[in-house]
Write a protein that binds this ligand. Structure first.
Ligand SMILES: *[C@@H]1O[C@H](CO)[C@@H](O)[C@H](O)[C@H]1NC(C)=O
Ligand SMILES: *[C@@H]1O[C@H](CO)[C@@H](O)[C@H](O)[C@H]1NC(C)=O
Ligand SMILES: *[C@@H]1O[C@H](CO)[C@@H](O)[C@H](O)[C@H]1NC(C)=O
Ligand SMILES: *[C@@H]1O[C@H](CO)[C@@H](O)[C@H](O)[C@H]1NC(C)=O
Length: 373
């Protein structure tokens, strides 16, 4: 078996839902059948009371896990050092969960990851924050196994990074809302209860979903003209309500289509932005530009973005096992981790939404690794 630690962690997070926990425990037993043989190894000596998502950042010269200038395929958008970012300290941090040594993360080992996932498919589904995490993982794996052959291909919205020697595919499906946007005579319609895009997710062994950043877009960068729910068409609606309805549609997709014995489902939590220094106790800061250190300690003064509560509410109602990769708090502390003027737009832009690579998404993947070990 070997999933005890997992259940306990879920239990503490979702203690309110006893029936949910029971179902989760049962499904994990099934899951253990296909994935379980090596699972026990991963439990290591980590205490059962550990919450990997509460902690603080500790300077550690053994990071980053890879040199981004030797990760040939990292996109310009995330390649901060290549774009001239002068300070390097932001990449030299370790995430230390509360509880000290016995709660520490196992350091990412790319070869172990590739062996664990041999013959399996991994797919990130979502917006550019998913692309950020996908690129991070491919860099982490490539640098761990630089001699392993790889092949990057793209078909439509789906990119596939294949480690051919291992039969491992790390895929990205660019899909900013998860639900569909359909071009119709009236214009582009965001359909809150339609999720045809899910055809691409069938049969994938490990899925990591994300959506949020596009829900608040207005004006020219809003990629739809109308919102539809059922037969009703709206010019607009409360964006948080629309987000919740779409997530509920996605949850229905999971219930209907996921076989927990085959597929493991994660949700990449809400990735925070840093455009307002008041939220980290520095009112004069109007962006993340020039930030060189994380917020010390474990608490972000500005609190959580409201989207987190909406997401957790929807996840708490899903009966199939879905694990929240709850990266919001740890990323909130990383006001120093964004490209600022060392991103896609260079000096004419200010990117405090995406993350430099190497950088914060490596920790998201290091936690993911600890969860599947
Ligand atoms: C995240 O931060 C909020 C606000 O600082 C806090 O209430 C919450 O307990 C934190 N959660 C975790 C998992 O650290
Ligand atoms: C990364 O690799 C480049 C090219 O090989 C090298 O010049 C640079 O010093 C390396 N950077 C770090 C931080 O190791
Ligand atoms: C890369 O993948 C494509 C699509 O699966 C395949 O046609 C091609 O032969 C592969 N190339 C290599 C070098 O493996
Ligand atoms: C920054 O956050 C503070 C505290 O929530 C808020 O009062 C202020 O309006 C925000 N500033 C901007 C420019 O959004």
């Amino acid at each position: 078996m070997g999933w005890g630690w997992w259940e306990q962690r879920q239990c503490s997070r979702w203690a309110s839902s006893h029936s949910f926990h029971r179902i989760l425990a049962l499904t994990l037993m099934v899951w253990g059948g296909t994935w379980g043989s090596e699972a026990a190894q991963g439990r290591g000596n980590r205490g059962s009371g550990c919450d990997l998502f509460r902690g603080s950042w500790v300077a550690d010269q053994s990071y980053p896990l890879y040199n981004s200038s030797t990760c040939p395929f990292v996109e310009r958008e995330f390649a901060c050092l290549r774009n001239g970012r002068p300070d390097l300290a932001f990449a030299k941090y370790l995430w230390q969960p509360l509880g000290g040594g016995s709660c520490s993360l196992s350091r990412f080992n790319g070869r172990v990851f590739l062996e664990r996932m041999r013959g399996k498919t991994i797919m990130f589904v979502g917006d550019s924050l998913s692309r950020n995490q996908w690129q991070s993982l491919t860099c982490m794996l490539h640098s761990a196994a630089p001699d392993a052959k790889y092949n990057i291909t793209r078909q439509g919205d789906v990119s596939t990074f294949a480690f051919t020697d291992y039969g491992v595919k790390v895929m990205l499906d660019r899909n900013v809302f998860l639900v569909d946007v359909v071009r119709e005579p009236v214009g582009r319609v965001l359909k809150l209860d339609s999720i045809q895009g899910g055809k691409l997710w069938m049969g994938i062994d490990m899925l990591i979903f994300n959506t949020w950043h596009w829900w608040n877009r207005r004006g020219p960068s809003q990629p739809w003209d109308y919102i539809q729910e059922g037969k009703q068409i709206y010019k607009d609606m409360d964006r948080m309500v629309a987000f919740e309805k779409a997530l509920t549609t996605w949850a229905g997709w999971v219930e209907a289509n996921i076989d927990p014995a085959k597929s493991k489902v994660f949700f990449q939590g809400i990735s925070p932005s840093h455009y307002n220094g008041t939220l980290w106790g520095e009112p004069s800061a109007k962006s993340c530009l020039g930030q060189k250190q994380p917020v010390p300690g474990s608490t972000y003064p500005g609190g959580l973005p409201p989207a987190v509560a909406v997401l957790k509410g929807v996840l708490s109602k899903i009966k199939k096992p879905v694990v929240l990769l709850d990266i919001t708090n740890l990323s909130l502390l990383r006001k120093d981790g964004h490209p600022s003027i060392y991103g896609l737009g260079g000096r004419t832009a200010m990117d405090c939404s995406h993350w430099c690579l190497a950088g914060v998404p490596d920790t998201w993947n290091e936690i993911l690794y600890n969860l599947i070990l």
